[in-house]
Design a protein around this ligand. Structure first.
Ligand code: ADP
Length: 308
């Protein structure tokens, strides 16, 4: 199984890309759908919200009145945090359930609008960002979702900047404005190539414990930094590039603290890395050139009788 984090600014085209990936065989876990599901009528989530915010945030039918709740939390960080503290853990638990229920060989696409804002990007083996200029996104929201321009701009301003999202992207899918009557939309073809050339071999490699073929050339600094954050997050360890270079990454295995119950290999596999040889890990991603070297600190080498 390969988990893919899909994000982009509002109106960039995440839902469009999700649909294309689903048509190719991906399993979709949609954060917006989960966020509605966990506060549906009769759920413990809605009960907790009612305890916190009172019955005024319910419709007469007993459903969540989203606009009433939005008014209560808008501009009040404490109330907003109280709401997030109820909803986020429920969404995370439901997401984990759905991911666990996916077939072993699935490519699971998690459509997460706030992937970058919440700092979740390094938790995914691959992050795909759908990218469109801010003005074009506003145009889509006004023309196709009936939002006012002021509303659309306010929504954009509350999200990460395009630069922040691009920095988190392993794959950037441009989805710019197209002039009416222009050539066919290139997006379906781009998504198809991503699926066949990268996602399918990445998933198969990860499942088989087989590293991808290293792409030629050294990784760029952005790629090396994304890999460093990923490996550091997964292992809870001290990860830094070899002195004077941006790679390979060196992982101090003595200080690594993989999540409870997991070993180092399992922790690295969760972010796409498999053992490539004695003391080495490489990503199963055919598009990733960063390798990870295990480093035994001198104290441990001395203890086990190796050279100091
Ligand atoms: P998001 O999920 O990122 O908010 P959507 O996928 O819903 O964005 O796209 C926003 C709007 O723009 C939708 O109405 C969608 O139909 C339209 N759109 C997005 N990408 C394209 C495209 N490549 N060609 C035509 N319309 C598009």
């Amino acid at each position: 199984m390969l988990r893919l984090g899909l994000t982009g600014g509002i109106g960039a085209g995440k839902s469009t890309v999700s649909r294309l990936l689903t048509a190719l065989g991906a399993v979709l876990v949609d954060a917006d759908v989960l966020a509605r599901e966990v506060v549906a009528r009769g759920t413990p989530g809605l009960a907790a919200i009612t305890v916190e915010f009172g019955h005024d945030i319910l419709t007469t039918e007993g459903d969540l009145n989203r606009s009433a709740l939005a008014q209560v939390v808008f501009g009040d960080p404490q109330r907003r945090a109280a709401l997030d503290a109820i909803v986020h853990p429920l969404v995370a638990a439901r997401r984990a359930e759905l991911v666990a229920a996916a077939p072993d060989d699935a490519v699971v696409v998690e459509d997460v609008p706030l992937l970058v804002e919440t700092g979740a990007a390094p938790g995914y083996p691959l992050v795909v960002v759908v990218d469109a200029e801010a003005d074009e996104r506003v145009r889509r929201l006004v023309a196709e979702r009936g939002m006012s321009e002021a509303d659309a701009r306010a929504r954009l301003a509350a999200q990460a900047t395009d630069g922040e999202r691009r920095a988190a992207a392993d794959v950037l899918l441009p989805n710019p404005r197209r002039a009416p009557g222009s050539a066919p939309d290139p997006l379906p073809r781009l998504v198809e190539r991503l699926w066949h050339d990268r996602l399918v071999p990445f998933e198969a490699g990860l499942r088989a414990g087989r590293p991808g073929p290293l792409p030629p050339g050294a990784p760029g600094p952005g790629e090396a930094e994304r890999a460093r954050r990923r490996v550091a997050r997964a292992t809870g360890g001290d990860v830094r590039p070899r002195p004077g270079d941006s790679w390979p990454l060196r992982l101090d295995v003595e200080r690594a603290r993989p999540p409870a119950g997991g070993d180092l290999d399992a922790a690295l596999r969760a972010v796409g890395y498999v053992r490539a040889g004695q003391g080495w890990f490489a990503s199963a991603d055919p598009g990733c050139a960063v390798v990870v070297e295990e480093v035994d600190p001198p104290a441990r080498r001395a203890r086990v009788g190796g050279p100091a």
